[in-house]
Design a protein around this ligand. Structure first.
Ligand code: GLN
Length: 188
């Protein structure tokens, strides 16, 4: 199994460490041709969604990325990665790749003081630590979206078929639950 990690900006190396810990091979996606490599899934890391999206466009990756997602390649977006996949983005002028039926609020907890740590359940099973950094939350989900985590009545993890998103950063805690869940999605 091999996972490609978008490595244009943001916290991509931390995802590699998690995959290493699970014994899963990974490589960094830095150019459009990297999207042609054989892979079983893609991770879109946290960072700054607008900057990441501009780089995706400038490097001619947008169309290819959208078609891989629409063809069913498993994809996992954390924080800025969640925003990239959202069909609607509130608190901002436009949406990015728009492949997932969710409405997301950008910088939903405030711009500067919006970072915090909490504990909540993921997939109604495991209780895990969650780190939020200038995070979005999901305000509305489509009928085909499964809610996986809720914190303070706000949806912070969800799945729509091959697409998994978290508003928090599972790559920054010691727990492997969310990455394991994604790897299971990549096996089918
Ligand atoms: N606030 C960032 C954005 O709008 C997301 C922050 C993060 O990825 N930690 O893209």
């Amino acid at each position: 199994m091999t996972i490609g990690i978008l490595a244009l900006q943001g916290a991509f190396i931390e995802h590699r460490y998690k995959l290493d810990a699970l014994g899963v091979d990974s490589f960094e996606i830095r150019q459009a041709k990297d999207l042609d490599r054989k892979m079983d899934g893609i991770i879109l890391p946290g960072g700054e969604s607008t900057v990441m999206y501009k780089l995706i466009q400038d490097l001619n990756m947008e169309e290819k990325l959208i078609s891989l997602i629409k063809n069913g390649l498993p994809i996992f977006g954390t924080c800025a990665g969640l925003l990239l996949l959202s069909e609607n983005v509130q608190n901002f002028d436009y949406a990015y790749l728009k492949t997932m039926h969710i409405t997301t609020v950008k910088n939903a907890y405030g711009r500067q003081l919006g970072s915090f740590k909490t504990t909540a359940t993921f997939n109604h099973e495991e209780t895990i630590d969650m780190i939020f950094i200038r995070a979005p939350y999901i305000q509305h989900v489509g009928k085909d979206v499964l809610v996986l985590s809720v914190v303070d009545d706000k949806i912070v993890a969800a799945r729509q078929g091959n697409q998994l998103v978290t508003a928090f950063h599972p790559e920054l805690t010691n727990d492997l639950t969310v990455h394991k869940y994604f790897i299971d999605m990549c096996k089918v």
